[in-house]
Design a protein around this ligand. Structure first.
Ligand code: 2F8
Ligand code: CA
Length: 254
């Protein structure tokens, strides 16, 4: 393109004449003396412009389609991720619940294992000490004689307590071990007269008193011994300061 300069004179309201330069641009080809475009060339140019518009529209539609497709894909991806996230959240909660349950189970099993371990150790210990075993308990019969309280303390020092009798079978087992001796058992009414309690604080589940006992003879009998005479029932309350043998019991579950 080249520049054509023209000088234009025109009057303004004040009546003065002003000369302005007007710049005109024309095709360099025209200026250089070449022929202007023929009608055919112009028609071709118009046709090209229409094609360009079509191409441009196609391009726009394509871009829009691609954008829409990308949006759909993005939405689908977000939906899939959201569903997966929700599933994972549910799964995580389930795993946390399972973990908590399994932890409790493990702790419980650990406690059971510790208990069994201790039981085995106790069984080993009391067997080596030649205590007699009967129905989940080990029994020891003293060789010397003491009063009720000293006897009980001796049992406690051995990791046990005075015997608690819960059945006629247990009573029979003890009688067989006594060899016609008598011995303290873990029963007393020291706290309240007539309220018989075992050394673990429990009340009587079975009462094997001799038919004339307990009688609190001389108002001074708060401790109980087991006798081995020919009577069916063997318990008698006697003064706690009496000195006789005693029977300790160690239950393996305690
Ligand atoms: O030693 C105390 C003891 O004395 C008598 O038995 C030998 C009493 N028996 C009767 O009174 C029948 C016991 O109750 C008493 O404990
Ligand atoms: Ca008595």
């Amino acid at each position: 393109m080249s520049q054509l300069v023209a000088y234009v004179n025109y009057a303004v309201d004040s009546g003065e004449h002003i000369e302005r330069v007007v710049e005109i641009y024309e095709s360099a080809d025209c200026i250089s003396g070449q022929n202007p475009r023929t009608e055919k060339e112009n028609a071709n140019m118009k046709t090209q412009t229409g094609a360009d518009k079509k191409v441009s529209r196609c391009y726009t539609i394509t871009v829009v389609c691609v954008v829409v497709l990308l949006c759909v894909l993005l939405l689908a991806a977000i939906t899939v991720l959201w569903i997966k996230f929700n599933n994972l959240t549910v799964e995580r909660k389930q795993l946390q619940t399972n973990n908590s349950y399994l932890t409790n189970q493990r702790n419980q099993l650990q406690k059971e294992k510790d208990t069994l371990q201790r039981m085995l150790e106790d069984m080993d210990t009391y067997t080596r000490l030649e205590w007699k075993y009967f129905n989940s308990s080990f029994y020891y019969i003293s060789t010397v004689m003491k009063n009720w309280t000293e006897s009980r303390n001796d049992c406690i020092n051995r990791g046990a307590d005075l015997v608690i009798i819960n059945s006629t079978e247990e009573e029979e087992f003890i009688i067989n071990q006594l060899n016609n001796n008598e011995a303290w058992i873990g029963l007393s009414d020291t706290e309240t007269e007539g309220m018989w309690k075992w050394v673990d604080g429990s009340k009587l589940t079975i009462a094997l008193w001799h038919e004339t006992e307990p009688n609190n003879h001389n108002n001074n009998e708060d401790c109980v011994k087991i006798e081995t005479d020919k009577r069916d029932k063997k318990w008698n309350d006697v003064p706690c300061f009496n000195t006789i043998k005693w029977i300790c019991e160690k239950n393996v579950f305690q």
